[in-house]
Design a protein around this ligand. Structure first.
Ligand code: FAD
Ligand code: 2HG
Ligand code: ZN
Length: 469
C-alpha cells in the first residue's frame, strides 16, 4: 500500500480531484447496528459512472480493496470497511440523478445513490407507483436496495427488489462498464447477467444505475389492525383475505403484543389501535388502483366472516389517512423501539408460509426454555413467510449477548429443519458469512466462489463480505 498522501494524490489524478473527500466521517465507519467499526485509507464519492469506472480500474491495477456504501442502513455490516485502514470507502450518494421516467413504459431509470423515497416520489410525480417500501426508505439508496435485494412491506403483491428490475448499469472490478440498462419486459438473450449483481452486496460489481418497473398508482386503501389468537389463525386469515379480496392484499404483517407495548413505551405518539390485549395482531392492507373502490366494505365483510369462524378476535379498519398512517407508524417503528429497549439479537428468517405456525411454536418454545436472559419480539412480513425472530435483553444485555452463538445455532437449525432461510431479506454482509458456509448447499457455494473468482480475480470488491476473503 502506498503512503496515504501518495495514494490520495494518485486517486486525485486517476479519478478526479473533486471525487476524493478530505476525511471520513465517523458515521461512515460504523454500521447501522454498531456491530462493526472500520477504518478507510481514503473516501471517494464519485459523481458519475465514468468516475466509478476510473476508480475501479485504478484499484484493480493496484489490488486495493473497495467497499461500497449507500445509505448505510444495512443490517449485516456489508458497507463497513475492515480495521486495516487499507480499504477505500466508495460512497455512492453523489450518483443521485433520476435519469428518466417513462410513464408509458411504466419504468424509471435512477442512479444508484438516489434515496429510495426520492425514487418513490419521482414515480408518483408521473402518476406511477414504485412499490419498494422499507422503514429506512428516507435514507437507504436504491443501489443499496439492489445490492441487498431488499424486501420490505409490499413483497406479497410486488415481489422483492430483484422482481422490480429490468436493467442495470454495473462497473466491474477491472473498471469495465456493463451497460445492461434495458427497459424491456421480454429479453431472452442468453444468461441473465444483471441478476448476478442483485443481492451480491457489492462483492461482484458496483451498481451505478437501474431501470425499474413502475405500476399504476394505488388510489384506494383499506387498512386493518386485527387481533388474532395465534400465528396459525393469521396464516388462515391471509389465505381468506387473498382469495376473498380478488388478491388485493398488498401487505400482511404479524405483530406480537410485546412489540405494541415496546412502541408505546419508546416511540412518542404511538397508541395501541385495539384496547383489549391479544397475543398477536395483524396489520393488513388492501389496495386498488381504482378511485373510491369500496375496499373497506369488502374487508369488513371478510373480517366479519373470519370473526364468526373464530379466526380473529377483534379488528379495526382505519377510517381515514391519519389512522392508516398511525397503524403503519406503529409497525415501522418496531425496530427503533427494540433498539431503545436495549440490546437485542436479530434473526431474519423465512420458512414456507404453511410451516410458519409450527416454526414459531417450536422456536419460541425453545427460547422460553433456554433464554432466561431475554424475551422474544417476533414480528414481520408473515405474508412472505418472513419473520424477524428477534430477542431483546431483560437487562443490560451481557447475559443475552454471551449466549448469542448457541441461540443463533438453535434458531437457524430450526429454520433449516422447516425448509427455510436464515437470511430472508437482510443479506449476509460480514455478519453471516459463517452461516452461509454452514447452511448453503455445498455446490451452490462452489458456484458462488467461481463467480467471485471470475468477476473479481484480485478480490478487491468488498472482501470478506458474503464469502470469506
Ligand atoms: P448500505 O447499508 O449502504 O449497503 C448495503 C450493502 O450493499 C453493502 O454490502 C454495500 O457494500 C452494498 N452496496 C451499497 N450500495 C451499493 C452499490 N451501489 N453497488 C454495489 N453494492 C452496494 N431491509 C429489508 O430488506 N426490508 C425491510 O423491511 C427493512 N427495513 C429496515 C428498517 C430500518 C429502520 C432499517 C434501519 C433498516 C431496514 N432494512 C430493511 C435494512 C436496509 O435498509 C436494507 O438492507 C437496504 O436495502 C440497505 O440500503 P443502503 O443504501 O442503506 O445500503
Ligand atoms: C423490518 O421489517 C426490518 O422492520 C427491520 O426488516 C427488522 O430490525 C429488524 O429486525
Ligand atoms: Zn423486514
Amino acid at each position: 500500500m502506498a503512503t496515504s498522501s501518495r495514494l490520495h494524490q494518485d486517486l486525485r489524478d486517476h479519478v478526479g480531484a473533486d471525487a476524493l473527500l478530505a476525511a471520513a466521517s465517523p458515521d461512515w465507519l460504523v454500521d447501522n447496528r454498531q456491530l462493526y467499526h472500520g477504518a478507510a485509507a481514503a473516501v471517494v464519492a464519485p459523481r458519475s459512472t465514468a468516475e466509478v469506472a476510473r476508480l475501479l480500474a485504478f484499484c484493480h491495477g493496484r489490488k486495493i480493496a473497495v467497499v461500497p456504501q449507500g445509505g448505510n442502513t444495512g443490517y449485516c455490516g456489508g458497507a463497513t470497511p475492515d480495521q486495516s485502514g487499507n480499504q477505500i470507502l466508495l460512497l455512492l450518494h453523489r450518483l443521485d440523478r433520476i435519469r428518466a421516467v417513462d410513464a408509458a413504459n411504466y419504468t424509471i431509470t435512477a442512479e444508484a445513490g438516489c434515496v429510495l423515497a426520492t425514487v418513490q416520489e419521482a414515480a408518483a410525480a408521473a402518476e406511477r407507483f414504485f412499490p419498494l417500501s422499507l422503514g429506512s426508505e428516507g435514507s437507504c439508496q436504491i443501489g443499496g436496495n439492489l445490492a441487498t435485494n431488499a424486501g420490505g412491506l409490499n413483497v406479497l403483491r410486488y415481489g422483492m427488489t430483484r422482481d422490480l428490475v429490468l436493467g442495470l448499469e454495473v462497473v466491474l472490478a477491472d473498471g469495465r462498464v456493463l451497460d445492461a440498462l434495458q427497459a424491456l419486459r421480454k429479453d431472452n438473450t442468453g444468461y441473465d447477467v444483471k441478476s448476478l449483481f442483485i443481492g451480491a452486496e457489492g462483492s461482484l460489481g458496483i451498481i451505478t444505475a437501474a431501470t425499474l418497473k413502475l405500476f399504476p398508482r394505488p388510489r384506494s386503501y383499506a387498512t386493518a389492525f386485527i387481533a388474532v389468537a395465534s400465528p396459525a389463525d393469521a396464516v388462515r386469515l391471509l389465505a381468506r383475505l387473498r382469495a376473498g379480496s380478488g388478491d388485493q392484499v398488498a401487505s400482511f404483517e404479524l405483530i406480537p403484543r410485546v412489540a405494541v407495548e415496546l412502541t408505546q413505551r419508546h416511540i412518542e405518539g404511538v397508541a395501541a389501535p385495539l384496547d383489549d390485549p391479544s397475543p398477536w395482531y395483524v396489520l393488513a392492507e388492501l389496495t386498488s388502483t381504482r378511485n373510491a373502490d369500496p375496499l373497506a366494505e369488502s374487508l369488513a365483510d371478510l373480517l366479519a366472516t373470519a370473526a364468526a369462524e373464530n379466526e380473529i378476535t377483534n379488528a379495526v379498519i382505519a377510517q381515514n389517512e391519519g389512522q392508516r398512517a398511525a397503524f403503519w407508524r406503529l409497525r415501522e417503528s418496531i425496530p427503533a423501539a427494540q433498539r431503545r429497549a436495549g440490546a437485542s439479537l436479530k434473526h431474519d428468517v423465512s420458512v414456507p408460509i404453511a410451516a410458519l405456525p409450527d416454526f414459531v411454536a417450536t422456536a419460541s418454545g425453545w427460547v422460553a426454555q433456554h433464554v432466561p436472559a431475554g424475551y422474544l419480539v417476533a414480528y414481520g412480513h408473515i405474508g412472505d413467510g418472513n419473520l424477524h425472530f428477534n430477542i431483546n435483553a431483560n437487562d443490560a444485555g451481557s447475559a443475552l449477548l454471551t449466549c448469542e452463538p448457541e441461540i443463533k445455532r438453535a434458531i437457524h437449525d430450526f429454520v433449516q429443519q422447516f425448509g427455510g432461510s436464515f437470511s430472508a431479506e437482510h443479506g449476509i454482509g460480514q455478519l453471516k458469512v459463517a452461516e452461509l458456509e454452514r447452511y448453503a448447499d455445498p455446490v451452490e457455494l462452489e458456484v458462488m466462489r467461481s463467480l467471485k473468482q471470475a468477476l473479481d480475480p484480485h478480490g478487491i470488491l468488498n472482501p470478506g463480505k458474503v464469502l470469506r476473503a
